[in-house]
Write a protein of this length. Sequence first.
Lengths: 154, 154
Amino acid sequence: MSETPPSLLGLTTYLLSKTGKAARSRLAARLAERDLRLWHMAVLSALVDFGPHVQRELAARLGIDRSDMVKIVDDLAVAGLVDRARDTIDRRRVTVTPTRAGRAMLADLQAEALAVQQELLAPLTSPEQAQLAALLRRVHAHVHEGPEEPRSGR
Amino acid sequence: MSETPPSLLGLTTYLLSKTGKAARSRLAARLAERDLRLWHMAVLSALVDFGPHVQRELAARLGIDRSDMVKIVDDLAVAGLVDRARDTIDRRRVTVTPTRAGRAMLADLQAEALAVQQELLAPLTSPEQAQLAALLRRVHAHVHEGPEEPRSGR
DNA sequence: CCCAATGATGGGTCTTCACCTACTAACTGG
DNA sequence: CCAGTTAGTAGGTGAAGACCCATCATTGGG
């Protein structure tokens, strides 16, 4: 009765879009419990993986506008998850560093992400989950390097 | 330099979210060239797959609000892709039927979706693409039956 | 010492999206 | 034939996202 049209289920594009949306919204819901959004997690990940960044580098790495990065970093700073420090040699720059609380929070968020993942991929066996991850990783790498369309007109 | 943090790449949740977003936005861009959006395609698919629907059934099947469905059907009707007809025995109901142009358009859109799919999944071999589709189909079926959280608060 | 470039901000706009309400026309059961 | 319910419709709301610009402090080159 409430079946999805088979025409759509035959399109991988559609499946990716739908399951992706489910993944995003479920993870976002978990983050929201801690008053965080996906970008907050992305920023924390970048800081922990690659070490302290100047704000501008952070924005460039994650591909978002630097004025938006300001707000994200601000949220994280207020929550005590990162430290913002003026660079002593170039006082225009602000170096962002993860705090201990920030690292702990990231570990927490990663656990949540894994929980969502288990919930989402429940019907797949472990090797299948790994295979899905491997395939997606390759697709992601391909998509990420050749974004094709910077932004469709507004 | 603009690498994505490995912590994120290790999370299937993240990969799904990202590739899903890429799939959605690319397909949406193709549809936009015809002044259509994803829901328009979904409605056409439902009509062609399952035959004419009363508007309310359409909304229920696709899981969207009936007031939003009104606008989608209206767009399609204006574009000549569907016919709206008052039910003769219950004149409150409006039966929506795909026109010949609507069917042709859907075929067109499906071709576009396949093109996007080829572009997106280029790094994968054919059997790998099939495998990805099969895995995603199972995940989608699972996600779709147990939505868990109807809607997180607003 | 001045000027152009740079980094961080704050502010604002413009969409999209999901949801929700109220209203009208029409049907149905008592 | 009246009351309550249902279908479609119009409209509004609020959040989220991506984008863009003006401002201000700072720096570095000439």
